[in-house]
Structures are given as C-alpha cells and as structure tokens.
Design a protein around this ligand. Structure first.
Ligand SMILES: NC(=O)c1ccc[n+]([C@@H]2O[C@H](COP(=O)([O-])OP(=O)(O)OC[C@H]3O[C@@H](n4cnc5c(N)ncnc54)[C@H](OP(=O)(O)O)[C@@H]3O)[C@@H](O)[C@H]2O)c1
Length: 287
C-alpha cells in the first residue's frame, strides 16, 4: 500500500468510505465489522465517516459507533488509523438529508462524534456541506474553535467550491488539510477544486469515486475505456478507476465505500496497478 499525507499525518493512499454500512441497504453489524477489518488487514489506515451516516432518526452516529467497535476488536495498532468524520448534515429518518451549518450545532455535533469515536480528539473533522442559511465563514469558524479547543486535531471541508476552499483556508488560518468533493469517471465537475488542492498541498478526497452505491457495480457501462484498460491488466474497472484517481495528483486519496470484505480488499490493492501515460490519457478523455 502506498502512503499519502493528510496534514502532518501519513495515511494509506486508498481509504475506506463507511457510508454503505450505515444507510439504506446496509448489511448486518457482523458483516460491516468484517468489512472494516478486511480493509485494515489490507493496509488501509484511513476511514471516512459522518455523524449523518445512519438510517433511523434515533441512531445518529451509527457509522461512527460501528467504526469504533471494529477498531476495538481489530488485532492491529489502531493508533495507525486515522478516522475522519463530518457534521453539518442531518437525517430526520424519512430518507432525506437536511442541513445545519450553525456554529453552535457543529460544535455540539463534533463533541458527540468524539464521544462515539473515543480517544482524546477527533483525528479529522470535516464540515459536511455548506448551509445556504449560514455564512460559510461562520460554519468554518466553528472548526477553527474546535481546533483551538483541542476537540479536533485536523479540519477539512466537503462539497466546497474553489472560493469556499480559499475562504476556509483563511478562516482556519492555513489549517485546512482536506477537501472532500464528489469525483468519479462519470462526475468530474470538481476538477478545478482538485487542481486547487494540488496547488495548495491540501488532500483531495474524492467521494463516490466509483459512481456511488447504486452505480458502482456497473461503473457506468458507457465509459468503455475503463473496461478496456481493466481487461488489458486483468483487473476490474473499479480498480482501474482507483488507480486513475491516484494518478491525478499526489494529494488525491480515494475513499471507495464498501459493505463487503471482498470489495474492501479489491479496492485496497488497486494502488498496485500502474497505468501507462497513454491509458491515463484515454481515461481522461473518456469523461
Ligand atoms: N462528503 C459527502 O457529501 C459524501 C457523499 C457521499 C459519500 N461520501 C463518502 O464517500 C464514500 C464513498 O462513496 P460511496 O460509498 O457513496 O460510493 P462509491 O465508493 O462510489 O461506491 C460504493 C460501492 O462500491 C462498491 N465497491 C467498492 N469497492 C469496489 C470494488 N473494488 N469493486 C467493485 N465494487 C466495489 C461497494 O459495493 P459493496 O457494497 O457490495 O461492498 C459499494 O457499495 C462514502 O462511503 C462516504 O464515506 C461523502
């Protein structure tokens, strides 16, 4: 497994996205724990979560608790593993996702996340999504306060435009370490934010890198270039996608979601795949 940086922290170049284990269609707890263990045993040292990864209204933090449980029962060194979470999204239990970016809410939510994850501080806390009812600087200001108070060790933002990334960097006094935006073969509109992160040396964490939970198995059949390169290397199109993302910039750390040990393992070994310049150009052009 190659390594990459999030702030001063070295993590595996490929992370694990926790969402499929806690929302609609989630597996039972034993399979989820086995999935997290499979990723960790394959060298993954970065797991992405959020307090809003749950299904019913009364189980906020389902995914954070699951990750804490899996780390507790794992035989390896949990101190090597960086768990990132987020706040700012809520799930009232009717299938919808709502927003609260008020500083008061974000601070309370982070403290609740810390109590579920355990330890002295949250390794990486990310503002989940801009709330149009709250000035962006006020929401990100809550992360600055949480850093100052020692509740969180590192701060990131998600679903941010280039202007919001620059604003977050300023509000945090340069302490922005990560940006998590949607990016996949079929969704490339965050390329400017990826390039900005590359310039700034800020980690870029593509979410739904395989096209999302419902599309990942097919991986957009229209993008035949991914299937052709996969066939040439005797790997899956999903593994080609992860290798293509890694090649975009040294700041990119894909976080493919999994709900099965098999997919967690398959994603973790995708970093071993090296694509030629011609292949990368063909994949870039296939968007
Ligand atoms: N910041 C945000 O707003 C935001 C939004 C969405 C997601 N996220 C984060 O990003 C993570 C990834 O996104 P996502 O889970 O929505 O979508 P995704 O990673 O594009 O796709 C997830 C699906 O891919 C399948 N998969 C994973 N690795 C595979 C492989 N090597 N071969 C074949 N199939 C594979 C999994 O199947 P199985 O279920 O069968 O294992 C899983 O259901 C989430 O888990 C979450 O942490 C963040």
């Amino acid at each position: 497994m190659q390594n990459r940086q999030i702030g001063q922290r070295t993590v595996s170049a490929i992370g694990l996205g926790g969402m499929p284990m806690s929302i609609e269609g989630r597996p039972d707890r034993d399979r989820s724990v086995a999935t997290i263990h499979a990723a960790l045993d394959s060298g993954v040292t970065f797991i992405d979560s959020a307090d809003a990864y749950h299904l019913h209204a009364d189980e906020v933090g389902h995914n954070e608790s699951l990750i804490a449980e899996a780390l507790g029962s794992w035989g390896g060194d949990r101190d090597d593993v960086l768990v990132a979470t987020k706040s700012g999204h809520l799930r009232p239990g009717d299938g919808s996702w709502t927003l609260d970016g008020s500083p008061e809410y974000l601070k309370e939510a982070a403290k609740a996340s810390l109590s579920r994850l355990g330890g002295d501080a949250i390794g990486l806390h990310q503002f989940h999504r801009p709330d149009p009812d709250v000035p962006y600087a006020e929401s990100v200001g809550a992360l600055a306060d949480l850093l100052d108070e020692g509740v969180i060790r590192m701060a990131g933002v998600s679903n941010a435009s280039a202007d919001q990334i620059r604003e977050a960097l300023e509000v945090l006094g340069g302490r922005l370490v990560s940006v998590q935006n949607q990016f996949s073969p079929s969704f490339r509109s965050s390329e400017p934010e990826l390039r900005l992160c590359d310039e700034l040396g800020v980690a870029f964490l593509p979410w739904s890198p395989l096209g999302g939970i419902t599309n990942a198995a097919e991986l957009t059949p229209s993008l035949s270039a991914f299937a052709e390169v996969a066939e040439a290397h005797d790997v899956s199109p999903q593994q080609v996608t992860i290798a293509w993302l890694l090649a975009k910039s040294p700041v990119v750390i894909p976080i493919p979601g999994s709900s099965r040990p098999e997919t967690a393992q398959a994603s973790a070994v995708a970093g071993d795949l090296t694509l030629t310049a011609d292949e990368l150009a063909a994949l870039d052009a296939a968007g």
